[in-house]
Design a binder for this molecule. Structure first.
Ligand code: SAM
Ligand code: SF4
Ligand code: SF4
Length: 340
C-alpha cells in the first residue's frame, strides 16, 4: 500500500494507545484531585475497546506505515491482564513501548518483559518526598518503588529506558539537577518536558513553563554535554549525552517553546476507540461503529486512510500565534483520556 500522507505532507508512523482513563495518581497538572474526584464520570467498562479490538486496529494500520506503538493511559498498568494485550501486539513487527507512573511496575515487570514488551518510559517529576506528594497526591515513599521499577527495567533490557519529568516554575525546578545526579550512573534517558496546556483543568499558564533552553543552559553550566543526532523525523525529544560512560542521556521535549508539528506523525487511540490526530484535538473519530458492526462495509484501514488524509492539525505552532482563529479556545480532550 502507498505511504499515507496528511494535508501537510506528514506521513503516519506512531500510534499511542490509551487502555484506560483511570489513574492511581492525581498529578495536579494532569488530573487535579478536585476535578477528577469520586463524582468524575470515567468511561464505563463496556465502552472500552477489548484487547482483540485494539489488536484489530493495530493490524489494520500496519499497511499505512505504522512502526511504533506506545501503551499509555491514564495509568495503563491499572488495566487488568495488560500482559495479554502486550503478548498479542508483540506478534507484529513493531516497536512496542509502555509509559507508566511506575507505581505498579515492579510487580509486573517480569510478566510484561516475558510477554514481549520492548521498552518502558517512566514518569517521575520529583525526588523530594514532599514535592512528589504535593504533585501526585501519593506518599513520597512511593519514589523508592518507582526507582526500583526503573532499575528492574534496565536489568530486564527494556531499553532504552526513559524517565520523563515535567518541570514547572516554582514547583520542582530543584529536581533538574537532583534527577540528573540520581540517574546519571544508569543507562537511561532523562527527558525534561515543558508543561503543556493539554485538557481544560490543569490551570496552565505560560509563566509556569520552564523553557527547555533554560534547563539546557543550566545543565551545560555544570556538565559537558554533546547533542545526539535524531534517529528519524518525528522524534519529539532532542537528546544530549552527558560526560558519563554509562550511556546516560538528557532529553528535552519542548512542545511549547519549539513546536514540532511540522514532523508530527503520531495518532492516538483512546480507550473507547476514538482516533485523535492531535494531542490538542477537540474531537475524535469513533472507530467502534466499524469495529463492532459486522455489516459495516468499510474497513478500519479504509476509515483511517480518510482520517489521516484529512488531517491538518498543528496546534502547538498556532499557540504561538494567539490571534489566530483556531481551536485554541475550544474545550479539549483530557491528557488522561487520550494518553500522553
Ligand atoms: N500515567 C502514565 C504516566 O504518567 O506515565 C501515562 C499517561 S501520562 C498522561 C503520560 C505523560 O504525560 C506523563 O509523562 C506525564 O508527565 C505527561 N503529562 C501529563 N500532563 C502533562 C502536561 N500538562 N504537560 C506536559 N506533560 C504532561
Ligand atoms: Fe496519572 Fe500519568 Fe496523569 Fe499523573 S500524568 S495523573 S500518573 S495519567
Ligand atoms: Fe502533533 Fe498536535 Fe502536538 Fe502539533 S500540537 S506536535 S500536531 S500532537
Amino acid at each position: 500500500m502507498a505511504a499515507l500522507f496528511d494535508r501537510r505532507g506528514r506521513s503516519f508512523r506512531d500510534l499511542r494507545i490509551s487502555v484506560t482513563d483511570r489513574c492511581n495518581m492525581r498529578c495536579d497538572y494532569c488530573m487535579p484531585a478536585d476535578v477528577f474526584d469520586s463524582n468524575h464520570d470515567f468511561l464505563p467498562r463496556s465502552d472500552l475497546l477489548t484487547f482483540e479490538e485494539i489488536n484489530e486496529v493495530v493490524t489494520s494500520l500496519i499497511p499505512h506505515g505504522l512502526k511504533k506503538i506506545r501503551i499509555t493511559g491514564g495509568e495503563p498498568l491499572l488495566r487488568r491482564d495488560l500482559d495479554v494485550l502486550i503478548r498479542m501486539l508483540a506478534k507484529h513487527p513493531l516497536d512496542l513501548a509502555l509509559t507508566t507512573n511506575g507505581l505498579l511496575f515492579p510487580s509486573r515487570a517480569v510478566t510484561l518483559a516475558d510477554a514481549g514488551l520492548n521498552r518502558v518510559t517512566f514518569s517521575l517529576d520529583s525526588l523530594d518526598p514532599e514535592i512528589f506528594e504535593k504533585i501526585t497526591g501519593k506518599s513520597g515513599d512511593s519514589i523508592h518503588r518507582i526507582i526500583d521499577g526503573i532499575e528492574m527495567a534496565v536489568t530486564l533490557g527494556l531499553s532504552p529506558v526513559r524517565i520523563n519529568s515535567v518541570i514547572r516554575r516554582g514547583v520542582n525546578e530543584e529536581d533538574i539537577e537532583r534527577l540528573i545526579e540520581r540517574f546519571r550512573h544508569l543507562p537511561v534517558a532523562l527527558r525534561f518536558i515543558e508543561f503543556m496546556d493539554v485538557g481544560n483543568h490543569n490551570r496552565w499558564d505560560l509563566a509556569s513553563v520552564v523553557p527547555s533552553e533554560e534547563i539546557r543552559r543550566l545543565v551545560k553550566d555544570r556538565w559537558d554535554i554533546q547533542q545526539i543526532p535524531s534517529l528519524h523525523t518525528g522524534q519529539v525529544a532532542k537528546h544530549w549525552s552527558l560526560d558519563s560512560d554509562t550511556g546516560f542521556e538528557v532529553g528535552f521535549i519542548s512542545s511549547v517553546t519549539e513546536p514540532f508539528c511540522g514532523d508530527c506523525n503520531r495518532a492516538r487511540l483512546s480507550a473507547d476507540g476514538h482516533i485523535y490526530t492531535c494531542l490538542f484535538a477537540t474531537s475524535g473519530h469513533d472507530l467502534r461503529p466499524v469495529l463492532r458492526n459486522p455489516d459495516c462495509l468499510e474497513t478500519i484501514t479504509e476509515r483511517f486512510q480518510k482520517i489521516w488524509s484529512d488531517r491538518e492539525d498543528r496546534y502547538s505552532e498556532l499557540r504561538a500565534q494567539p490571534r489566530s482563529s483556531t481551536t485554541i479556545h475550544l474545550p479539549r480532550v483530557e491528557m488522561s483520556y487520550i494518553g500522553g
